[in-house]
Design a protein around this ligand. Structure first.
Ligand SMILES: [Zn+2]
Ligand SMILES: [Zn+2]
Length: 214
């Protein structure tokens, strides 16, 4: 059994997730903590629950999802995972952070592991299937916990909508293909934890998502 702890961080209101098992094996997905208070909140949760953090995983490298990379990698002394097709986006964050008023951005370390071609990840008692899902960004991945029917979707799919495709490397047809091929083929009851907003299910999105109008 796994547990999902959600935090909504930074001015872009990005969802940061800690996923952990009963045995306390844990990963942090898309650490968006920016303010000291947000870093403290994340760290306190880990300490209080005695979690063993194994890795930081970025679903993709937009600023709101990587703000806390530096803090988390050094605080917990763990490696960073990212798909290499998003590496240029990660390197570019420094150049545009000020445009979002995020001058305090601490430059992310470079990834230790490339998710390109990786289909499965295993951290102790956590088992993850990696879904390669470009369209919002070129190297976007989603994390599928198939035993529990849970997906952490990043900015591919939101409740009722989907990630914007007008940023560098974005493409509507590619995103449509990702959603139809890799998301709508999942079991109906699959729960989706998105990069922004509320949770939803595949069943609900197959009926209501805005992507159906394109
Ligand atoms: Zn994004
Ligand atoms: Zn985002």
């Amino acid at each position: 059994m796994i547990h999902i702890q959600k935090f909504t961080f930074n001015s872009i209101q990005e969802n940061t997730y800690i996923v952990y098992s009963n045995e306390l094996d844990a990963i942090i997905v898309d650490p968006g903590c920016y303010f000291k208070q947000e870093e403290n909140q994340l760290e306190e949760f880990v300490l209080q629950n005695k979690l063993k953090i194994h890795a930081i995983i970025n679903t993709h490298a937009h600023i709101d999802h990587v703000l806390g990379n530096q803090f988390c990698c050094s605080c917990f002394n763990v490696p960073l995972y990212l798909h290499s097709y998003d590496l240029e986006l990660l390197k570019a964050v420094d150049s545009y952070a000020h445009l979002y008023g995020m001058e305090m951005y601490k430059t992310s370390p470079l990834p230790d592991y490339d998710l390109n071609g990786v289909k499965d990840l295993n951290f102790g008692t956590l088992y993850i299937k990696v879904i390669f899902g470009p369209g919002h960004s070129p190297g976007h991945v989603a994390l599928y916990f198939s035993n529990e029917n849970i997906v952490i979707s990043g900015d591919i799919l939101f409740k009722g909508s989907f990630g914007r495709v007008d940023l560098p490397g974005g493409d509507l047809d590619t995103l449509k293909n990702t959603i139809y091929t890799h998301f709508f083929s999942l079991p109906d009851q699959t729960k989706i934890y998105s990069g922004h907003g509320e949770e939803t299910t595949i069943e609900v999105e197959k009926k209501n998502n805005y992507i159906l109008q394109f």
